[in-house]
Ligand binder design. Structure first.
Ligand SMILES: Nc1ncnc2c1ncn2[C@@H]1O[C@H](COP(=O)(O)OP(=O)(O)OP(=O)(O)O)[C@@H](O)[C@H]1O
Length: 282
């Protein structure tokens, strides 16, 4: 079982709800994720959300990314610009631009080459010099298998290359948080593997790197996540399901000893069954 510790909170969601007009979509969303520490290893966080269609995953994600203000509650993330308190960054309310967001229907710039799109993505980063930016872009394009297509336009790329470009744009533009709404949908096996490799690169890039993603592929969620939430409709006290989404289950793969594993073990498979049941029940 891999040893790990958990340090300060890097994401704290308190009593969040979103309503459109008088239609409540999600409510009572509460969870805290902490910085995971592993000996002799840079380890980011990978948090998965699964649940039936329409239970509010995308709605929650837009709120977590600061793109939509929740009608109730607060979302706090690490404030990396502030002075550290007791050796770690304090928390503050999330704002648009804090979190990279790759939506389900991501759009790439039609008139920019891949390299130009990366330069554009990094234009607001003041923490890196222009020379450093150029070096970072080249290194990332190589690591992500996109260097050979750097002078091409999006319409000249395969679906998988486009997906990786969309993710890399967000990785380079923002600090540590990246949210991906169904990053695997519509990809073939090879391209799924490419995105999995991209997850690994993000995880190794920074101690506080935090990937939040959702998928309908439960095996993939269990393979990649170290923390997994089921969003669904809770059971009403008298039986039957409510019709507002919330977190109905949390599975901590670290505590189960199956996070960061190269093997998909029997324990992983058992967890898949548990997660599927939790989804079906909500
Ligand atoms: N702007 C909006 N105005 C009104 N209702 C909305 C709006 N956006 C989403 N909804 C409703 O909120 C509910 C949750 O939608 P959401 O897209 O968050 O679900 P989801 O879990 O991501 O679904 P899927 O897995 O199919 O992507 C749906 O009933 C949807 O119709």
């Amino acid at each position: 079982m891999p040893t790990y510790n958990q340090a300060e909170a890097i994401l704290q969601v308190q009593d969040v709800g979103v309503a459109y007009g008088d239609k409540q979509i999600i409510q009572n969303i509460n969870f805290t994720e902490k910085d995971v520490l592993r000996p002799d290893q840079v380890q980011g966080q990978t948090i998965a959300f699964v649940g039936r269609s329409g239970r509010g995953k995308s709605t929650l994600f837009r709120s977590l990314a600061g793109l939509e203000k929740p009608t109730q509650g607060t979302i706090l993330i690490s404030d990396l610009d502030a002075q550290e308190q007791e050796g770690h960054p304090p928390l503050r309310g999330v704002r648009e631009g804090d979190v990279g967001f790759v939506s389900q229907n991501y759009v790439l710039f039609r008139h920019k080459t891949i390299e130009q799109a990366m330069e554009f993505a990094m234009r607001k980063r003041e923490d890196v010099s222009e020379t450093e930016k150029g070096k970072m872009i080249t290194q990332h394009l190589k690591d992500w298998g996109l260097y050979q297509v750097k002078d091409q336009y999006p319409n000249e790329l395969s679906g998988g290359q486009r997906q990786r470009t969309a993710i890399l744009e967000q990785v380079l533009s923002s600090t540590n948080y990246i949210i991906m709404d169904e990053p695997f949908s519509g990809l073939d096996v090879g391209n799924i593997q490419n995105v999995i490799n991209a997850f690994k690169l993000i995880n190794l890039s920074h101690e506080l790197a935090t990937i939040i993603f959702c998928t309908h592929d439960i095996e993939l969620a269990v393979e990649l996540a170290d923390s997994l939430y089921v969003i669904g409709y809770p059971t009403k006290p008298g039986g039957g399901l409510d019709n507002v989404g919330t977190l109905v289950k949390h599975f901590d793969l670290k505590a189960r000893g199956i996070a960061w594993s190269d093997q998909f073990s029997r324990e992983h498979q058992l967890l898949v069954e548990e997660v599927k049941q939790a989804i079906l029940d909500s």
